[in-house]
Write a protein that binds this ligand. Structure first.
Ligand code: HEC
Ligand code: HEC
Length: 293
């Protein structure tokens, strides 16, 4: 049954006058259950294709709880229970492109239709959840995302409306901040200026460079690191450059300066890394050549 003759989507078929294998429904066909003309509801867009601002379903408490339930099933593994992008898959070093926090301004200011579209169509490296999540549940999740965003960005005035002890919360927050600052200071004390292959390998793992760069020659999202050092690299603008230390450093801190031919410029600059961290990454990439020899 797997091997029978068939037409692929969009394939040509000379049997029909218009040459298309994919046929329109016969004129006068009455749709049963598949009429999806309501773009606002089914696609989250207006007639002019802009994203809708409002959620086109009445927001009741039970609807939001439905959203919470579905969010926790489908989104928490990557986005985390509070939407901070620290889901178990992201913190577990499985090589995923990091998911952003929902509590950044860019995502707080997105329209509801945009969030709906991310669930329905996926975005960049996030797959679509259209197969798993029916339309109404997608809107419920959007509603719950808004609740999550609100929960992480409430004003003092809003919090005062609830029966909470604000002073003790603030105290607790201050203690947490102090503990975090102390831990950071301690880490900075132990931070080294050491440049080494081992350190470079660890930094590459922490930053999941391997989700885009393979070590075995295969092409993922970015070029492989196998044999990269010393290679003649063809660039998007037609020129070539030798992958020496300078080039590798620049590729890490400012990847769009020289874009490798055949790859989208999808790497973000890692300019927050220190001199010795970048040096270590370069040493690590260089060491891959020695290992191969
Ligand atoms: C398998 C992991 C995974 C799951 C599950 C997942 N996401 Fe994502 N999501 C990502 C990643 C990775 C990105 C960042 C994609 C990129 O920028 O390449 C992302 C990005 C997003 C964004 C931000 C888009 C932007 O403009 O940057 C939203 C909103 C989002 N996801 C919502 C959801 C919702 C809602 C669910 C549950 C229905 C969900 N995601 C499930 C991995 C996941
Ligand atoms: C989201 C995917 C992605 C991640 C994560 C990523 N890169 Fe890249 N990288 C790319 C792409 C795509 C290119 C090629 C396009 C370009 O030159 O900008 C590239 C290019 C490079 C190059 C030049 C490669 C060549 O063949 O000339 C180096 C070196 C590099 N990246 C290092 C790193 C390091 C180190 C990290 C982790 C700290 C990292 N990258 C993380 C996508 C990524």
């Amino acid at each position: 049954m797997d091997q029978q003759q068939r037409f692929e989507p969009q394939e040509q078929n000379t049997f029909f006058e218009d040459g298309r294998a994919m046929r329109q429904p016969v004129e006068g066909t009455v749709s049963r259950g598949n009429l999806r003309h309501d773009k606002v509801y089914y696609q989250g867009i207006n007639e002019d294709s802009s994203f809708v601002e409002e959620i086109p379903v009445e927001l009741t408490k039970s609807f939001l709880y439905r959203g919470k339930d579905r969010y926790e099933v489908y989104c928490t593994p990557c986005h985390g229970i509070s939407g901070d992008g620290q889901g178990i898959i992201m913190t577990g070093n499985y090589g995923f492109v990091p998911a952003p926090s929902f509590h950044i301004d860019r995502l707080r200011n997105q329209s509801n239709g945009y969030l709906y579209s991310v669930i329905a169509n996926g975005i960049r490296t996030m797959p679509s959840y259209a197969q798993q999540i029916p339309v109404k549940d997608r809107w419920a999740i959007v509603g719950y995302l808004r609740a999550l965003q609100k929960s992480q960005n409430a004003t003092e005035e809003e919090i005062r409306q609830y029966d909470v002890n604000l002073t003790s919360m603030q105290e607790e927050f201050k203690n947490q901040q102090a503990a975090a600052a102390a831990a950071e200071a301690k880490a900075a004390e132990g931070a080294s200026d050491e440049v080494s292959v081992e350190r470079g390998k660890a930094i590459a793992e922490e930053n999941v460079c391997g989700s885009c760069h393979s070590l075995d020659g295969s092409k993922i999202i970015g070029p492989t690191w196998k044999g990269l050092y010393g290679r003649e690299v063809e660039l998007e603008d037609g020129s070539t450059v030798t992958a020496d230390e300078e080039y590798l450093k620049e590729s890490i801190t400012n990847p769009s300066a020289k874009v490798v031919k055949g790859f989208p410029p999808s790497m973000v600059p890692y300019d927050q890394l220190s001199e010795s961290e970048i040096g270590s990454l370069v040493a690590y990439i260089k060491s891959l050549n020695d290992a191969a020899e």
